[in-house]
Structures are given as structure tokens and as C-alpha cells.
Ligand binder design. Structure first.
Ligand code: PLP
Length: 388
């Protein structure tokens, strides 16, 4: 019996999604072919486009399927997608807490990427962004800009002021890209209300398959001017390559269910809060990051001074609980969290940060199992530390 509490890393595939994908896997035909087989799989792709569009509050024609959130981000982040007369002078403003796939700057050269500060709560500093935009407008009045701001942080869950940043970008002739990979399906996302020009999503954070995502174009962005993959002209010329039909079908089904179940997120917040209360009761020195700002309902990131995340994660894993370090650990190693660093958290405390993320199949029993195992590990460590 395992308890999986790492949904922000990847959420288990939902049964309905598996069934829909299995059906699609047994079909053949290229969605671009005009024969019956091709038309059949094309219809499935277009149905999934509707389902994903509905999750994002968009129209199907605004959705472009990609191979995941990373590809969506890298595709969006290009000076060519900024409404500029001279794209070579365009800059991209990126919060220091963004996902690595955004931090890398996409196709902006490193000298055209400008970091934006983050508050102690883990929220982008809008004043800093506003100052940077103003300076850029003064220095390079001919050149426009892009702001890339995530909807919700993957480590802390902190929600970001995307609508405000989008308004700021629009007022100054810029473009806003929003990485909504963690937010979609957990909080309502409406690209129209947000004002984002381009929004990224990923299937495997909502019970869909890994390796499929989408870009959603917003008002003022009828098409992408600079695409990452060109060739066959699929996806309205915005993303060439034969569509991943089973993956897209799975994404569509997961989006449909996630949208229906968004109301259940309140229940997850209750469970998350219970876990936090249990942690605070046992370890009064525990720090829960971004607790004083609006967060995703499913995420908690905390540290207990003196307890190393790496040791904690291994001990919890042995006890049957899967959680992750607060830091991004794409290499399998626990690295220093750039998010906590951007928030001004000291290295020692940050080294103890673990992230617990709940999801569609999380139950009260899972949280009870986590609290019991964490308390046990905590007490053991505390005793060892006292004896040392
Ligand atoms: N953006 C955020 C905020 C994420 O959390 C992730 C994945 O962890 C990604 C982008 C990348 O998405 P994908 O794994 O689909 O490439």
C-alpha cells in the first residue's frame, strides 16, 4: 500500500482517461488524411480540442496541442511572438520563481531576458515588473516585450496576479504568456478574463497522460508568428508533426473530468490544512511557505529547521509515502530551490523544504497515513538530534 502525494510532479492517470486512450490506441489513420480512418481520428482530436478549450474558458480554435508544458512554454517564449516592429530588441520579463522551462528564456537570447523580483510570499513583485517595463519603454521605445508569469507556482502553490500583469503588459504594448500548467484543473482558468495572450497547459498534472500539453491563444493573438516546430503545418501551422492522437484524446478526457471536479478542490484544501495543522502542532518551528497568500488548494510546502529534505523524503518513501523536495529535482537529486531562494528563504531552511501535493484520488486516509509517517520520522529525527 503506497500513499502518493506528489500530484504536482505528475498525477496518476484517471481510469476513464486510460479507457479513452486504449480505444484510441486501437485505431489507425493520420488525422490529416482525407479517408474515413483519417477523418475518424481527426474527429477525436477535435473533440479533445473542445474539451481542453472548455477547461481554459476558450474556443477550440484557440487551442494548439504540443508535447507538453515544456514545449508549450518554449514555443511561446520567442521575440517573434511579441508585437514589435523590431523583434531583435524585444525583451522578456521573467519572475525568478518560474519553472525552469520558462527561466531558460525559450528563444530569447540570454541578454534579452530580465529577471523580475519575487516577494517573501512567493508572488511576483508587480512594482518591480512595472519599473522594469517603464525603463524598457524609455530606453527602447521601438521595442516591445513579453512578460511570462505562471498562474500558480509548482513548489509553493502561490497564485500569481496574472490579470494585473496582463493589464500592465497590454497597456504598454507588450504580450503576456501565462504558464498555467499547475493551475489548470485546480482553480478556474479563463484565458479571456485573465487577459493572457498565450497560456500553457499540460495533461499529466490533471490525470491525463505524460507528453501532451497545449498552448491556448488569447485575445490579440490570433496565431503564433514564430513557431518552434515547422514542417507539415499541423495545428493551424503552429505546431508541425503528426498529432499524438491517444495522448490528445487522453488530455481531452482528463480536461473534461477535471473541469467537472473543480468543486472538489475545496475538499482537498481542507485535507491539506489538516496536514499543516498537524505539522505545526508537532513542530511549532515549522515554516509553511506562501501560507499568507492565496495558494493552490492541493499544495503545501514546508520545512522544519534542522530536518533535511533529502533524508526526510527517503524515510517517508520507506514508510510508503511519496512526496518530493520543495526544490525541482528533475535529475533525481535534491537541488537548492530557486523558488525559495527568490523568496529570500535562507539556505538552511530551504534545504529542509518538502512539498506535499494532493490530487484527484487523494483521500482522508492518505492524509492520515502521511501525518502518521511524518510524525514518526520527525520524532525519530528529533530524538537523534537531541542525543547527538
Ligand atoms: N510549468 C510548470 C509550472 C510545471 O510545474 C511543469 C512541470 O512540472 C512544467 C511547466 C512542464 O510541463 P511538462 O512536464 O508537461 O513538460
Amino acid at each position: 500500500m503506497r500513499t502518493y502525494l506528489d500530484h504536482n510532479a505528475s498525477s496518476p492517470l484517471r481510469d476513464e482517461v486510460r479507457e479513452a486512450m486504449a480505444e484510441a490506441l486501437s485505431l489507425h489513420g493520420n488525422p490529416s488524411s482525407v479517408h474515413a480512418e483519417g477523418r475518424h481520428v481527426r474527429a477525436l482530436v477535435e473533440r479533445a480540442r473542445e474539451q481542453v478549450a472548455e477547461l481554459a474558458g476558450a474556443q477550440p480554435r484557440q487551442v494548439i496541442f504540443t508535447s507538453g508544458g515544456t514545449e508549450a512554454n518554449v514555443t511561446a517564449l520567442s521575440p517573434g511572438n511579441v508585437n514589435a516592429e523590431s523583434t531583435d530588441r524585444a525583451v522578456c520579463f521573467i519572475g525568478a520563481h518560474e519553472h525552469p522551462s520558462v527561466l531558460a528564456g525559450g528563444r530569447f537570447s540570454a541578454d534579452r531576458v530580465q529577471p523580475v523580483g519575487v516577494t517573501r510570499d512567493g508572488v511576483i513583485d508587480l512594482d518591480d515588473l512595472s519599473r522594469l517595463v517603464e525603463t524598457h519603454r524609455e530606453m527602447e521605445p521601438e521595442a516591445s516585450f513579453m512578460v511570462s508569469l505562471m498562474f500558480a507556482n509548482n513548489e509553493t502553490g502561490a497564485l500569481q496576479p496574472v490579470a494585473e500583469a496582463a493589464a500592465l503588459a497590454r497597456e504598454n504594448g507588450g504580450v503576456l504568456h501565462c504558464d498555467a500548467v499547475q493551475a489548470a484543473g485546480k482553480v478556474p482558468v479563463d484565458v479571456g478574463a485573465l487577459g493572457a495572450h498565450i497560456t500553457s497547459m499540460s495533461a499529466h498534472k490533471i490525470g491525463g497522460p505524460q507528453g501532451v500539453g497545449a498552448l491556448v491563444l488569447g485575445n490579440g493573438m490570433a496565431s503564433l508568428r514564430d513557431v518552434l516546430l515547422s514542417g507539415g503545418g499541423q495545428e493551424l501551422r503552429a505546431r508541425s508533426g503528426t498529432e499524438n492522437v491517444p495522448g490528445i484524446v487522453g488530455f481531452g478526457r482528463a480536461a473534461e473530468i477535471a473541469r467537472r471536479e473543480i468543486a472538489r478542490m475545496g475538499e482537498l484544501a481542507v485535507l491539506r490544512d489538516e496536514a499543516e495543522q498537524a505539522i505545526a502542532a508537532r513542530a511549532p518551528g515549522a515554516v509553511i511557505f506562501s501560507r499568507d497568500t492565496a495558494r493552490l488548494p492541493n499544495t503545501t510546502c514546508f520545512a522544519v529547521p534542522g530536518m533535511k529534505a533529502e533524508t526526510l523524503i527517503i524515510a517517508l518513501d520507506l514508510a510508503g509515502i511519496a512526496v518530493s523536495a520543495g526544490s525541482s529535482c528533475s535529475s533525481g537529486k535534491v537541488e537548492k530551490s530557486h523558488v525559495l531562494q527568490a523568496m529570500g528563504v535562507g539556505d538552511d531552511l530551504a534545504a529542509g523544504a518538502i512539498r506535499v501535493s494532493l490530487g484527484w484520488n487523494t483521500t482522508r486516509d492518505d492524509i492520515a497515513a502521511f501525518i502518521a509517517a511524518w510524525s514518526d520520522v520527525h520524532d525519530r529525527f528529533s530524538k537523534e538530534a537531541a542525543a547527538a
